[in-house]
Ligand binder design. Structure first.
Ligand SMILES: C[S@@+](CC[C@H](N)C(=O)[O-])C[C@H]1O[C@@H](n2cnc3c(N)ncnc32)[C@H](O)[C@@H]1O
Length: 450
């Protein structure tokens, strides 16, 4: 097999990154955009020792699960690399990811629920982080083509709230109007690196963050004055990121106008969100995810609850009024400030959040003899650490509710808890990210022995 060779392939599977999988002369071939059941003519793009990457030249036999989207830019860019698959099949794909991981871990007897569908299949994102680059002499917003930093100009981001798309395009036009340069990442020059926009569905508030190379630039006063005129925009922040880095946000924010946070709501709890704080991006699906997690916790009025990896306290504050007390841990200090302020905002006096790494704070709490009845964990993709797990077990919780955006690390961690005398019998996938291969999942561990 060699680069540029054109071969006929039968697609038998879908990889966890949503690429079609085929086998050819002992090699595994990953075919962008191809679906199981399809026969395609594909061009080889890259050959490794045991596998290769290819792209479709022609579909010879099409899958009935294929959606023929008009523009396949979203698939090309990786922004929505499941957009060519019917929604019910996307849900099945996500459930299968969990089933396959459990099988690999020899945990075939664990039940996997049907994936909870998202109320919105497109336009669900309450936040967009969009690169700004110069393309053919013009400032453009868009998305990087998969595995590259080539910007594909876009104005419809498909999974983002259309109100955010409207503001993205308006801000792009203002930057063009005042000749603000786009960031040039090769020379670490220019000005605007990213547009980061958040919108609350509950209040309609919109925060615009310009991620810039400098703290200030000559056109900023005029740019700010014009952005203020965009309907719905309630604040403008300049995030200062001077480094040559792929990390999107710098460490310092300057409020240019408006409120320093936007206000959102989950159920009947209000949340103020600072620019650096994490907030679940699918507004209508988040309460359904939390309801599922909270139901699994089976909370009692006397329960002491730990909310680990708490963000702005969304889970802990949603349950605080039904339990004795809540303690939260989160590593981003702005998010912790938000969490404690959000407690006050909602007249909650039995919840307290601290800044720190969960894997460091939890062992300190355990050493002090702090006990918990229920622990909620909602870590980033890399999951928990052995130090965290060991300390969590020492607080002797009856239940540990695990919410995860990466079932692979979740299942690894669940096995650690099993070694410590906890059991679980079901995992429920929840679709927080339609049109993408990302899988969210919830489970509850119960203490089987002392
Ligand atoms: C998936 S988010 C969940 C946040 C929150 N539970 C929610 O539903 O909005 C994970 C959170 O963990 C925080 N985080 C990342 N690493 C951490 C660590 N080592 N210790 C504590 N928090 C951490 C992130 O800043 C983020 O707020």
């Amino acid at each position: 097999m060699e680069k540029n060779q054109i071969i006929k392939l039968e697609i038998t599977d879908l990889s966890y990154e949503a690429m079609g999988v085929a086998h050819y002369e002992g090699m595994t071939v990953f075919v962008n955009n191809a679906l199981p059941g399809e026969t395609v003519e594909a061009k080889i793009l890259k050959v490794k020792k045991h596998f290769a990457f290819a792209k479709i030249e022609q579909i010879i036999k099409e899958s009935p699960d294929r959606v023929n989207i008009k523009l396949n830019q979203w698939v090309q860019t990786g922004l929505a690399s499941l957009a060519h698959v019917k929604y019910d099949k996307q849900l099945e794909f996500k459930r299968n990811q969990v089933v396959n991981l459990l099988q690999k871990a020899h945990l075939d007897d664990v039940k996997v629920g049907e994936t909870l569908p998202s109320p919105e299949e497109t336009g669900y994102r309450n936040k967009a982080q969009v690169p700004v680059r110069e393309v053919k002499g013009q400032l453009e917003i868009g998305f990087f083509r998969k595995h590259s930093h080539d910007l594909v100009p876009l104005t419809n981001f498909f999974t983002t709230d259309p109100e955010i798309d409207r503001v993205l395009v308006a801000v792009r036009d203002i930057l063009r109007q005042y000749h603000v340069p786009a960031y040039d990442e090769i020379h670490n020059q220019g000005e605007v690196r990213y547009l980061d926009i958040r919108r609350s569905k509950a209040t309609g508030e919109i925060m615009v963050i310009l991620v810039c190379l400098h703290k200030d630039f000559p056109q900023l006063p005029k740019v700010a004055e014009t952005i203020k005129q965009i309907a719905g925009v309630t604040s403008l922040v300049l995030n200062y990121n001077p480094k040559k880095t792929n990390v999107i946000l710098g460490k310092v924010d300057y409020l240019i106008f408006g409120k320093p946070q936007i206000t959102d709501q989950i159920g009947d709890v209000k949340f103020k969100i600072s620019p650096e704080s994490f907030f679940q991006i699918n507004s209508l699906q988040t309460p359904r995810l939390y309801d599922l997690a909270i139901k699994k916790a089976d909370l009692q009025p006397d329960d002491i609850v730990i909310d680990a990896y708490s963000g702005i306290g969304t889970i802990g504050l949603s349950v605080a009024k039904h339990v004795k007390s809540v303690r939260g841990i989160e590593s981003v200090s702005d998010a912790v400030k938000d969490a404690n302020n959000n407690a006050k905002l909602n007249s909650i006096s039995n919840a307290k959040y601290v800044t720190g790494k969960a894997e460091e704070v939890m062992p300190r709490w355990a050493a002090k003899g702090i006990k918990a009845d229920v622990i909620f964990v909602d870590p980033p993709r890399k999951g928990l650490t052995p130090e965290f797990i060991e300390a969590a077990v020492k607080t002797s919780p009856k239940k540990i509710v695990y919410i995860s955006c990466n079932p692979a690390t979740m299942i690894r961690d669940l096995q650690e808890f099993m070694n410590e005398g906890y059991t679980f019998n079901q995992i429920d996938p929840v679709d927080m990210f339609p049109q993408t291969p990302h899988v969210e999942a919830v489970t509850v561990l119960e203490r089987a022995r002392k």
